[in-house]
Design a protein around this ligand. Sequence first.
Ligand SMILES: NC(=O)c1ccc[n+]([C@@H]2O[C@H](COP(=O)([O-])OP(=O)(O)OC[C@H]3O[C@@H](n4cnc5c(N)ncnc54)[C@H](OP(=O)(O)O)[C@@H]3O)[C@@H](O)[C@H]2O)c1
Length: 234
Amino acid sequence: MKERVVVVTGGNRGIGHEICRQLAKLDLMVVLTSRHEKDGLEAVTNFNKNEFPVRFCPLDVTNPSQILELTDFLTKEFGRCDCLVNNAGIFLDNQDGNFFNTDVATVRQTMETNVYGPYLLCQALLPLMRKNNYGRIVNISSGLGQLNDMGGGYLAYRMSKTAINVITRVLAVELAGTNILVNSMCPGWVKTRMGGSGATRSVEEGADTAVWLSTLPDGGPSGKLFRDRKEVSW
Ligand SMILES: NC(=O)c1ccc[n+]([C@@H]2O[C@H](COP(=O)([O-])OP(=O)(O)OC[C@H]3O[C@@H](n4cnc5c(N)ncnc54)[C@H](OP(=O)(O)O)[C@@H]3O)[C@@H](O)[C@H]2O)c1
């Protein structure tokens, strides 16, 4: 059996799908999760056809009972979880959205997926990491959440990506002295459904730093934000 088990959220397409591919290629046991069973199973079937043995577990990150079911699945199938990549994300803000015309429903919905989902997943899966004193948590953030370069517009998305960085920082402090490393990364502007066709980066480039952080050696960095494998400021 493969030694390390990694969970990737939103693995059916975009950057998450490419993270699954690269991690499976490194011989990790990838559990690809997707909120729509059909999309997830299709992605897994394609991986398996190409000789990447990837497993599937349905997961809408806003659904707490599915988070429990994922935890049960990991416990029963592998007895472990070594890595969590919080990749699933939404971008609901309008192009012309600003502080005053962003409605609270947009903010709430964005936070549910981009922040509360990852928060609940960390709470659910950390006991499985603590059991083996090994864990890597990778939170997919964005330059739009960087406080040092904060611009206007995209309020809901910016709030969510700054907030996921808070999860990274707080968890890293609370897990100091353990072999569980927690980091955020920004993939850059990537050609996906979210990034659009005008984006400057391929999914391969967008996934690279997340894959690197998922496989950090013991004693590696924790509580940091990375882009292109280099630490950047918050
Ligand atoms: N693309 C960029 O330029 C860029 C830049 C900076 C950061 N990011 C971040 O990178 C991550 C991946 O983005 P992407 O560009 O690959 O976007 P994408 O192509 O739109 O893919 C988003 C993924 O998240 C999934 N998802 C959305 N809501 C979900 C939920 N409630 N539960 C489970 N899965 C859910 C989607 O599933 P469905 O197929 O079911 O919708 C899809 O698999 C996101 O966190 C995003 O914020 C992207």
